[in-house]
Design a protein around this ligand. Structure first.
Ligand code: 8YV
Length: 325
């Protein structure tokens, strides 16, 4: 059997997932090793497949410790934690788990839109803290959701699922992307600042990584303006978090709903102290059904490589990945 190095234990949502891997591979479980460095030194040369996730970095230094690596199978759609250019330059195939999480990520995006505009987090704390009986008049009014203008940064698979859910809310919608899509009727906005200026709610659903780092900066937040709301379900790196905290604290924008953070799981105290932000611990794909589908797909990729020498859902070639906009 070929050797597969696992950087993580598969989430226990599919009882037979680990067995399926072990049917095809000799699995090395890095997290169980007393001395992970020793395990890498002793067995690095044997490893043909690496199983990782969007939360476990597979950078060049790690890849270089595995001279016979042929495939990286990653759990999650985002692959900014993997040094794709380095992997592809060494002929290593990389797969992710696209599509199966689109609906749940889009659902949570709408949950964030609703809870942010309607102040649901604040209102829920208000009830739990026993303030309803005595202080109802102090509960701030929310903002209407229906009929708002929605701007989407990154109309990829997730962005599209977010957009499709907007029609029930009678929203006008525009998007900013690397290039216009020819399969949608929504207005394309080539200028991110113009999109931020136009919309009431700006949803960030773009890829992470160096190409999009701090794409949402102070200028974009200023364009979004004092009535504007920012929602981020992409990667923390896409938003300049310091600029966002300033903007929320000084009313440069109205509010934000965030599922991702620059140094997660660390969330800055300054952000936690603000009432006009809804904070989620990166749970957009965290439903039983979606996690089952994700685990199944990462295992299917490893199985497919064992069977045919090809992963099932390869990420685009590094050369094709360019800065959006
Ligand atoms: C997951 C994600 O929480 O898919 C992604 O890129 O960020 C999330 O869906 C994560 O990948 C789980 O490993």
């Amino acid at each position: 059997k070929p050797t597969l190095l696992q950087l993580l234990a598969l989430p226990k949502v599919l009882p037979d997932a680990q067995q399926r891997l072990e049917k095809r591979y000799h699995c090395l479980k890095l997290w169980e090793a007393d001395d992970p460095n020793q395990l890498m030194r002793d067995h690095g040369e044997e490893v043909e497949v690496l199983l990782t996730s969007a939360f476990h970095a597979a950078r060049a230094a790690l890849i270089d410790q595995l001279p016979n690596l042929k495939a990286i199978c990653s759990l999650g759609v985002g692959y900014d934690s993997i040094d794709i250019g380095h992997a592809h330059a060494h002929g290593i195939q990389v797969s992710n788990t696209p599509d199966v999480l689109n609906d749940c990520v889009a659902d949570l995006t709408w949950g964030l839109i609703l809870s942010t505009l309607r102040g649901m987090g604040h209102a829920e704390r208000f009830v739990r803290e026993g303030k309803w009986e005595s202080q109802l008049a102090t509960l701030p009014l929310g903002r209407r959701v229906t009929g708002k203008r929605l701007g989407i940064v990154g109309l990829g698979r997730v962005g599209l699922a977010v957009a499709q859910r907007a029609s029930g809310f009678e929203m006008d919608l525009r998007y900013h992307n690397r290039r216009p899509r020819n399969d949608v009727a929504w207005t394309y906005e080539s200028d991110l600042l113009a999109l931020a200026d136009w919309c009431d709610i700006l949803v960030v659903a773009t890829v992470g990584g160096p190409e999009t780092r701090h794409l949402i900066n102070q200028r974009v937040l200023e364009s979004l303006g004092p009535e504007g709301v920012l929602i981020n379900v992409a990667r923390g790196s896409v938003v300049d978090e310091k600029a966002l905290i300033e903007a929320l604290a000084h009313g440069t924008i109205a509010a934000a709903g965030l599922d991702v953070f620059e140094s997660e799981p660390h969330v800055p105290e300054a952000l936690k102290a603000l009432d006009n932000v809804v904070l989620m611990p990166h749970i957009a794909s965290a439903t039983l059904e979606t996690r089952q589908a994700m685990v199944n797909l990462v295992v299917e990729n490893a199985e497919s490589y064992a069977r045919s020498g090809k992963v099932l859902t390869p990420v685009p070639q590094a050369a094709a990945i360019k800065k959006p906009g």
